[in-house]
Design a protein around this ligand. Structure first.
Ligand SMILES: Nc1ncnc2c1ncn2[C@@H]1O[C@H](COP(=O)(O)OP(=O)(O)OP(=O)(O)O)[C@@H](O)[C@H]1O
Length: 289
């Protein structure tokens, strides 16, 4: 396993607002990551620190073992953010030509295929595009660049369901042929779960959880039972949230359950169900306060 990017105890504040606090993150080679968090959690700040030329107040960011100095950008990376505002007067194709000149692995055949897939007119000016179409131009750059480190800030914002599906499909198919490290920020956990292998979840600038999607699927449970039974069952387990439920208690837990746990739940008359990822995310964040 080779590490592409390491953020070590990164802090960033804007005046008195702490956008990131002591954030640690490591991205491995050839993995798709989701970066999840609510509005204002610090996702864009993190991406801008890695690739947008802003510097942390403290802590370090290393790309392939080399610390980024103040204002320095990683080599051979692609950062896709929502707005291409400086290019309003340029045509779609001109923006792609400009992007291609920065990316040694750029694939023009793929870029033209994506123009078709996303139904874009390559000769339209950027300022004439809808918000969703503008996101799609950024997404074509992210895909066709084939950069070994690709960061997307809310790539599906403003896209309709069909275009979101096409984007995820293109990403997964191309990733299978050309593996690389991809980080996608979003707040749509259920959608990202079909694409990402691992997630980082941040809230109020701090890391709440870093895990594999498959582990979240198997470890996120909702249990219900008498208050004492639930308390006994959850002792020593990671509890995200509890609330009264009828005459008993409902608890969201994050724990891989073994046969012994299932047996104990039966004896205590506790019901167990899997939590949807979106619910897990909500409980994690509510419990995080
Ligand atoms: N340039 C800035 N000046 C002042 N405060 C900022 C600036 N950029 C971000 N912040 C603040 O930092 C915090 C994190 O913002 P950030 O944009 O990183 O969150 P986010 O997770 O990307 O949110 P969203 O999902 O809404 O885009 C917020 O409290 C925000 O108000």
């Amino acid at each position: 396993m080779s590490i592409v990017l390491t953020c070590d105890k990164v802090n960033k504040s804007y005046g008195r607002t702490y956008a990131l606090r002591n954030l640690n993150l490591q991205l491995e080679e050839n993995v798709i990551y989701g970066l999840l968090g609510r509005n204002g959690a610090g996702k864009s700040t993190l991406l801008n620190l890695i690739a947008g030329g802003i510097s942390p107040n403290s802590g370090s960011i290393e790309v392939r073992g080399t610390k980024l100095s103040k204002g320095e950008l990683p080599n051979d990376f692609c950062f896709v953010r929502e707005k291409t505002k400086h290019f309003g007067g340029a045509q779609v194709i001109e923006v792609l030509q400009f992007a291609a000149s920065f990316h040694p692995s750029w694939d023009w055949t793929f870029a033209h295929e994506l123009i078709q897939t996303f139904r874009l007119d390559p000769h339209k000016k950027i300022r004439q595009l809808s918000r969703g179409m503008e996101s799609l131009v950024g997404n074509i750059i992210g895909l066709a660049s084939r950069a070994p480190l690709t960061l997307y800030d809310e790539p599906v914002l403003g896209l309709d369901v069909l275009m979101r599906e096409r984007f995820y499909k293109a990403l997964l198919e191309d990733y299978a042929r050309h593996p690389r490290t991809i980080l996608l920020s979003t707040h749509l956990i259920d959608e990202i779960a079909t694409v990402a292998e691992k997630v980082y979840i941040i809230e109020a600038g701090s890391l709440l959880l870093h895990d594999e999607i498959d582990r979240i699927r198997t470890a996120a449970h909702l249990i219900r039972g008498h208050a004492e039974a639930v308390a006994s069952f959850t002792a020593g387990k990671r509890v995200l949230h509890t609330e009264p439920y009828g005459r008993g208690t409902l608890a969201a837990i994050y724990e891989t359950l073994d046969d012994g746990d299932i047996q104990q739940a039966r004896e205590l008359d506790i019901s167990i169900e899997n939590l949807s990822l979106q619910k897990f995310f909500s409980y994690l964040i509510e419990g995080g306060h």
